[in-house]
Design a protein around this ligand. Structure first.
Ligand SMILES: Nc1ncnc2c1ncn2[C@@H]1O[C@H](COP(=O)(O)OP(=O)(O)OP(=O)(O)O)[C@@H](O)[C@H]1O
Length: 268
């Protein structure tokens, strides 16, 4: 059964005016749809337009032509029900772990006590129960990521936009966070769009991997990932099924990566 997509980009194009007056096309005629509860990973060569694609969904940038729809409505501002996670997380250094996580519910109008009660549940869920009173500078990078994850999920987003959220972490912490994300996401019906440079990460997490072309970004190909869930990323990567999907997608992605490299050689 197909349901109505929660996110749709229809032939969306985004042009930016450069400082010297020229026009740069970051995203070209991009068509993409994401169903409720679907985990979509977006991979593409560096600088191709992946983050701009997320900005079209979040309303940070309007398309120059084409349309961006969330829940079937054109995106005019930042739609309700969207959560974000970026490489650099907006944890607030002056707030404790608990109050960082309570900030979203407070902003949405809950009393301090209610917001903290809700936050407590998520602080526990991400395994930071004993650190609720700590401040960000007292935590490791992985723990700060957990705070950011809890602070995002406490708002129960219907859509989660993630732009290389784990790329600054060391390999082991990264795998732990990927498992943590899958575990917490599986209890929701949130649609996820997860941008990454890392094809391993994309396949381990997603139901569908979208390969973008060298910039301007458009969808080159989409690949369904039929690996069973629940998944443990370090284990699933060892399976022959994973490796065969990896080879198939890498064939497609490699051409675009090569194009980007050739362009940068010509330009230098
Ligand atoms: N606000 C802006 N004004 C002008 N140009 C922009 C703006 N935002 C992005 N661009 C340009 O659009 C192109 C695509 O950028 P974008 O950040 O979307 O790519 P990306 O695929 O996410 O990059 P990376 O892989 O490095 O994270 C780049 O050439 C970038 O310089």
């Amino acid at each position: 059964m197909t349901t109505a997509p929660v996110i749709e980009l229809r032939a969306a194009t985004k042009r930016f005016r450069g400082a010297t007056g020229g026009v740069h096309t970051a995203v070209r005629e991009l068509t993409l749809s994401v169903q409720p509860g679907e985990f979509v990973a977006v991979v593409g060569p560096t600088g191709c337009g992946k983050s701009t694609t997320l900005s079209l969904v979040s309303g940070l940038e309007p398309p120059s032509s084409g349309v961006a729809l969330v829940r079937g409505e054109p995106v005019l501002g930042i739609p309700d029900g969207i959560g974000y996670m970026f490489q650099n997380d907006a944890v607030q250094p002056w707030r404790s772990v608990l109050d960082n996580v309570a900030a979203g519910p407070r902003y949405r109008g809950l009393s301090k006590a209610k917001a903290r009660e809700k936050a407590r549940v998520w602080v526990d869920k991400v395994g930071l129960g004993k650190f609720a009173g700590y401040y960000p500078h007292q935590l490791s990078g992985g723990m700060r990521k957990r705070v950011a994850l809890a602070a995002t999920l406490v708002n129960e987003p219907e859509i989660l936009l993630m732009d290389e959220p784990f790329s600054a972490l060391d390999v082991q912490t990264r795998a732990l966070m990927q498992d943590e994300l899958l575990r917490l996401w599986s209890g929701t019906n949130a649609a996820v769009v997860f941008v990454t440079h890392d094809l391993d990460e994309a396949i381990a997490l997603a139901d569908k991997v979208i390969v973008m072309t060298a910039g301007p970004a458009t969808v080159k190909a989409g690949f369904e990932v039929h690996l069973p869930r629940p998944r443990l990323v370090e284990e699933i990567r060892m399976t022959p099924e994973f490796q065969s999907v990896y080879r198939e997608i890498w064939e497609s992605l490699r051409e675009e990566v090569d194009k980007t490299r050739e362009r940068s050689v010509v330009a230098s």
